[in-house]
Design a protein around this ligand. Structure first.
Ligand code: PXG
Length: 289
């Protein structure tokens, strides 16, 4: 496997950046996770747009223009010649000193890591659905660190994940600081009630997920009424269906939340339909390389 760092390719064992990089020292940087299905890069432009928006918000100047960045991603894919892949794109603040002032950092490090697969959850859970639990770690408040920024600082989500796995659950439901449903640790959340689709609006602490947008688009084309609307855990408990979305997770059904069965306790009909449509879309849409 060849790893891209600042324009050059390195073997995995030689792919290294400075221990003074503020990405390591402070989680100061941004990233994206992108999937490739049979040589089609799924929603590449959307991921790159979000990467640049995250960078803009934290005042990190990405050293390449967007079009050039996309060319380097395609170059990395060609170099590795994989049909299906998972790309991790990272831009760090660069090497600085042992103080957190980013003005001391020289040059950004741009890293593209490519893996031939990513499996966030065991395959069984895609067939049978997940059992998740609400954790006490709330999603970052937007005025502290906006959840829209896909930064290298994921401790908020990691703390939630630890809480869930400590209790024997695969995934954590995160609420925002007002107690409304926000999202899970690396996924957006959807519910279905009376045939209509609901997902929390971004201002509730949900990342503007690329898969979330894709699912809303598919639902729109299927004529399903959809809402970006705030909801509580009660509304989740009494939902007919629930599922999570993310680049790594794709679409995964949820059948139990905090010990309450969701609907029949089996993956819902609309969830299964959306999963099918989503997989069809990944086979035909994307940037070919
Ligand atoms: N919320 C959060 C907090 C995320 O990190 C999503 C929602 C879904 O967004 P996308 O754009 O992917 O539909 C994410 C994305 C991992 C991993 O290694 C996590 C994500 C993406 C890729 C890898 O756990 N999360």
């Amino acid at each position: 496997m060849k790893i891209y760092i600042n324009g050059k390719f390195y073997e995995k064992r030689d792919a290294k950046i400075s221990v003074f990089d503020h990405g390591l020292l402070y989680g100061d940087g941004v990233f994206e996770g992108i999937r490739v299905y049979d040589r089609l890069v799924f929603k590449l432009k959307e991921h790159i747009d979000r990467l640049y928006e995250s960078a803009h918000s934290i005042m990190l100047k990405i050293p390449l223009p967007k079009e050039e960045f996309i060319r380097q991603i395609i170059r990395t894919l060609k170099e590795n010649n994989l049909r299906d892949a998972y790309l991790r794109v990272i831009v760090t603040r660069g090497a600085g000193d042992l103080g957190l002032d980013p003005r001391k950092c020289i040059g950004n490090e741009t890293v593209i890591i490519i893996a031939d697969k990513i499996a966030l959850y065991p395959p069984k859970l895609y067939r049978e659905g997940m059992n998740i639990i609400t954790v006490s770690t709330t999603r970052n408040a937007h005025e502290a660190l906006n959840p829209q920024i896909k930064s290298l600082n994921y401790l908020n989500n990691i703390m939630a994940k630890i809480e869930a796995t400590n209790s024997g659950y695969e995934e954590a439901l995160m609420l925002n600081d007002q107690g409304y449903v926000a999202e899970c640790t690396g996924d957006n959340i959807f519910i279905v009630k009376k045939g209509e689709l609901y997902t929390p609006p971004e201002c509730m602490g949900a990342l503007s997920g690329v898969t979330r947008e894709t699912v809303l688009g598919i639902a729109g084309r299927m004529g399903i009424v959809k809402h970006e609307h705030v909801f509580t855990r009660h509304e989740l408990y009494i939902a007919d269906e629930c599922f999570l979305t993310g680049t790594a997770a794709e679409i995964i059904p949820v059948v139990k939340v905090d010990g309450r069965l969701i609907g029949t306790g089996k993956p819902g009909r609309l969830t299964l339909k959306l999963m099918k449509r989503f997989h069809e879309l990944t086979k035909k849409e994307g940037t070919r390389y």
